[in-house]
Ligand binder design. Structure first.
Ligand code: GDP
Ligand code: CA
Length: 317
């Protein structure tokens, strides 16, 4: 059982799948949907799609998101109309996913149903569950045009490259959301719960913000092990260093570990994996250093194995 964001979550899940036996082991991933947005009338789920394409072999490996062999004709045509917004890239292949999703949602299917339908094509080998079926969107409180404004997380991340100072992250709609079907049960039945090396604020933090979900994690019988997305005091990819200060967390493996905190201290963790050479003192948590760079399949598999072994030791301790 894994809590995951987009690119970091996807790569980690691919390693975990390789570390386990498909005949006997099941993997369920609860994926962040706070990045979701409606663009040109289409519902886009960036993190679910990154995970689905990565596990299904359809990802553009270099970019880390979107489809391999992508073309951009529709986008160029939209630009010809001056259609706004123009800062979010939509590839031609990728568009088919959003068309199918939007049509199903409009017909009354839940995001869980839609995700299962899309996965029937991609066969990710992992059960992908959205964190919730309700619409919950992360917005960022920024100072813009001489006033305080909330903009969609994607606009902040993609359009402004996270360079506009953020005052706060807000999960619009979260109060009336509930964990998607199967999420609470999967947590209760899991042998191990892993927090992928995903963004602690706008991926893992968003998932844990769904009412009831954090409690379901914290009270699950399985050991909980997290993997640090921060290596050598910086995010490996992306701009997590623009997010962590907003919630007062230092951009270090120790800072994130202490933010998640020990289960025995009202937090979540039994174990915390940091990258070789990084140090983290997290009271009440078994900390271990192993290579945490997902530069190829073998290294990523080894990293997943290390997380499973630490979980096993936490359980037996
Ligand atoms: P996003 O939704 O696409 O931003 O992806 P996630 O939230 O799942 O993952 C983003 C995080 O993954 C970033 O904070 C990165 O530091 C982290 N990350 C990416 N590649 C690696 C890696 O090779 N090793 C580790 N430890 N973290 C990584
Ligand atoms: Ca994301």
């Amino acid at each position: 059982m894994v809590l995951a964001g987009g690119v970091g979550g996807a790569r980690f899940l691919r390693g975990l799948r390789a570390a386990l036996d498909p005949a006997t082991d099941r993997i369920t991933a609860v994926v962040n949907t706070g990045d979701d947005l409606t663009i040109h009338g289409l519902r886009v789920c960036p993190d679910l799609d990154s995970v689905m394409y990565t596990l299904g072999g359809g990802i553009d490996e270099e970019r880390g998101w979107g489809r391999a062999g992508e073309t951009w004709t529709t986008q160029t045509e939209l630009a010809g109309y001056g259609a706004e917004p123009d800062w979010f890239s939509l590839g031609d292949r990728d568009l088919a996913t959003h068309l199918v999703r939007t049509r199903m949602l409009d017909a009354g299917f839940s995001l869980s149903d839609v995700t299962a339908a899309l996965c029937a094509r991609w066969q990710p080998g992992v059960e992908l569950l959205p964190m919730t079926d309700q619409r919950v969107e992360t917005h960022v409180l920024v100072d813009l045009d001489a006033g305080s404004r909330a903009i969609h997380f994607q606009e902040w991340w993609v359009r402004y490259r996270a360079q506009l100072p953020a005052r706060a992250f807000v999960q619009v709609g979260v109060e009336s959301s509930v964990p998607a079907p199967g999420v609470v049960q999967a947590l209760a039945e899991a042998d191990a719960i892993l927090l992928a090396p995903s963004n602690p604020v706008v991926s893992i933090g968003t998932i844990l913000g769904v009412p009831g979900l954090r409690d379901a994690v914290a009270t699950a019988p399985a050991p909980i092990v997290g993997l640090s997305p921060i290596v050598g005091g910086a995010p490996v990819r992306g701009m997590a260093d623009r997010c962590l200060p907003v919630i007062g967390v230092p951009t270090t493996a120790e800072g994130v570990g202490r933010h998640y905190a020990a289960r025995t201290h009202g937090g979540l963790l039994d174990g915390w994996l940091v990258h070789t050479g990084d140090r983290a003192d997290v009271p009440g948590v078994a900390v271990e250093a192993v290579p945490l760079l997902m530069t190829d399949d073998d290294r990523t598999r080894a990293m997943a194995q290390a997380a499973l072994e630490l979980a096993r030791r936490c359980r037996d301790a």
